[in-house]
Design a protein around this ligand. Sequence first.
Ligand code: FAD
Length: 394
Amino acid sequence: MNDIFMTTEDQRAIIDTVRRFVEQEVRPQAAALDANPDPEQSFSWEIVEKANELGIRTMTLSEKWGGLGTGALTTAMVIEELGKGDIGVSVIFAQTLKIAQMMEKALNEAQQARVLPKFVDNPRGMLAIGITEPDNASNYFLAHPGPFRTSAQRKQGGWVVNGMKHFISNGNRASFYLLFVQTEKGKPLAEGSTCFLLERDRPGFTIGRVHDKMGERLANNAELVFQDCFIPDENVVGEINGGFKVLAEFLPYSNAYAGATILGVAEALYAKAVDWGKTRIQGGKPLIEHDGIRAQIAEMRMLIDASRTYVHWACWLADNPQHGWDKTLGALPKAMASQTTWKIATWCMEIHGGHGYMKEFGVEKLVRDAAAFLHSDGVNRTLFLKAANFMFRD
Ligand SMILES: Cc1cc2nc3c(=O)[nH]c(=O)nc-3n(C[C@H](O)[C@H](O)[C@H](O)COP(=O)(O)OP(=O)(O)OC[C@H]3O[C@@H](n4cnc5c(N)ncnc54)[C@H](O)[C@@H]3O)c2cc1C
């Protein structure tokens, strides 16, 4: 079903490779890694290195930098395939793939030459983006007038940063970050913040807590802590106080990639519902021969296919904006895909009856995973508000 928009042999070869990787390297380990009580133990460098060997980690970079130059549509297909195996693995790579894609466009030539070869040559090279902080979460999606707490003071040759970010995907695993910091006091986020390139080993930057999440456990999320961390001028991305422009201009596909990740979970739930429907016999016949169950499974199919079409539409228009990209596509596809997945999670549980509640049947992990994107990449309600602002205010 992920194949409809697959139009080239290259695309097909990439997706086949990712499917094999998921089958051989991700699915067999996912449940055991998820069950680790320590979130750091749920993360696997082995999976990252295997993906690297297959070119998955760097595929969004152009051939000049050793990547495959995959466009947004192919990247979304890859992210969904990974999500079918495990949502955390999908998130690890969705973040890295999208930020690499963003870095190649947003970094100046000197920054690219400094960062991209190091990222490409490191088989464990991961990327992260630090925007959210305890006091500023939905605020930045809604261009709230308040400033970021994480702020920078001008010093000769650069900026001294103090503050913290939290919930950051790959936060404790990345080697490079894009960091959003208040650089002008008293200005709203959208006018007074700047995007910086940040290296993991910069003095004054440390990792705080690694969050203990209910699901999506194979990916780590962490706090980023800044205590008098000096970031030089050559690490400013774009313009001073133009951080939000960097986000708007270079990250149009983030929301659709998040939608692709969570649709992978929807597909896994759907497959489980169909399998169970075919094997479980009640009332003298398999569940799937009962009209109510069969109709519900068809409704699942409809919701997944419609959500994927929306995600793919947003991806295609992100790469071809002249055909009618509009800003709501940077907010709504993920909301639809995550609502779809959450609905399917509850239906899959229901179809499994009491068995769905028993951990051994594997539905429970998927239900925890299915909740992840009701909030990641923006709380859905916040995204509806953001879209409404584009529609009726801007
Ligand atoms: C698993 C995960 C991974 C993440 N990864 C990253 C990352 O890599 N980088 C990053 O920067 N961030 C990341 N985030 C943050 C994410 O993008 C959300 O912005 C954040 O989780 C929102 O969290 P909050 O609890 O502070 O919500 P709040 O902003 O406090 O919102 C709470 C509720 O109030 C509602 N609300 C808020 N403001 C308004 C308003 N003005 N009007 C009406 N309703 C409102 C919201 O819709 C929500 O229902 C991640 C979050 C999660 C959960």
